[in-house]
Design a protein. Structure first.
Length: 260
């Protein structure tokens, strides 16, 4: 489609009635402009499954409604190898902008990942936990979801957050959060390695609501008699030291936290 550019069009490609007294020519409606407008509308009707009928004036509206219901212009299947998902929309984007929303169908499962749209660069896939904090999105193969770019991350707005009120992320590091009706109690687990002087900032799989959670640690080496000291430092991190009878030591260990 193009702006009117026939005889009598203004310099900014607009229509004018002209001015016979002043010798200004009225804009000529050219066949190429009229055909462009007509075929643009026909393309819209075809996409919406509407057969054009002479004398009916609400068919464009019906076509737009049908396209929105079917999400014909937004539902896209991701590609790439999880967790690095890619998306090539039928209408490509040229730059990321906050509040862009995409309807996607994920081609694989992942416990965290990124989404790269139109080759513009990978953005972390996030979702909101029950406190409103953004955490890694858990993705299921074949999952349909609305994904919105918030200026930093790709946020899965209807992600896999709850199962009968429970939030679950299973794996070597993971968590189970009980429903709000049960107080939102949170159990987390994982493993890490401390050095001879201990280690600061062990990052939990997700965040507790506060720092009043309990940390339990156990050495992965059953031949060592190791005692651990651990302390929460934020809602999502804790510090730990490992000690034997000989003093501080390095140790690979399992951890579990209990709290809200």
């Amino acid at each position: 489609m193009h702006r009117i550019d026939g005889p009598g069009a203004t310099v900014d490609h607009r229509f004018t009635d002209g001015d016979p007294v002043g010798g200004v020519e009225a804009t000529v409606v050219t066949d190429d402009w009229a055909n462009d407008v007509q075929e643009e509308l026909m393309t819209l009707l075809t996409a919406g499954g509407v057969t054009p009928v002479k004398g009916v004036q609400d068919q464009v509206l019906k076509a737009i409604a049908a396209i929105l219901r079917a999400q014909l212009l937004t539902a896209e299947v991701t590609a790439g190898t999880a967790p690095a998902f890619t998306l090539t929309p039928s209408t490509p984007i040229t730059a990321y902008a906050a509040n862009q929303r995409f309807r996607v169908k994920f081609n694989a499962a992942a416990t965290s990942g990124t989404l790269n749209i139109s080759g513009l660069g990978a953005k972390n896939l996030k979702r909101y936990d029950y406190t409103g904090v953004k955490i890694a999105a858990v993705i299921a193969a074949g999952q349909l979801a609305d994904v919105e770019y918030d200026g930093t991350d790709m946020v899965v707005l209807n992600g896999l957050t709850d199962r009968d009120g429970f939030a679950v992320s299973l794996g070597a590091s993971g968590y189970i959060r009980f429903p709000k009706s049960l107080g939102g109690f949170l159990v987390q687990w994982g493993f890490a390695t401390s050095n001879i002087a201990g280690i600061d900032g062990i990052v939990l799989p997700t965040s507790h609501a506060n720092t009043n959670y309990v940390v339990f640690c156990q050495s992965r080496d059953f031949t060592q008699n190791v005692t651990f000291g651990a302390q929460s430092t934020s809602n999502g991190t804790f510090n730990v030291t490992a000690r034997t009878s000989s003093g501080l030591t390095g140790s690979t260990f399992h951890f579990m936290t209990l709290g809200f």
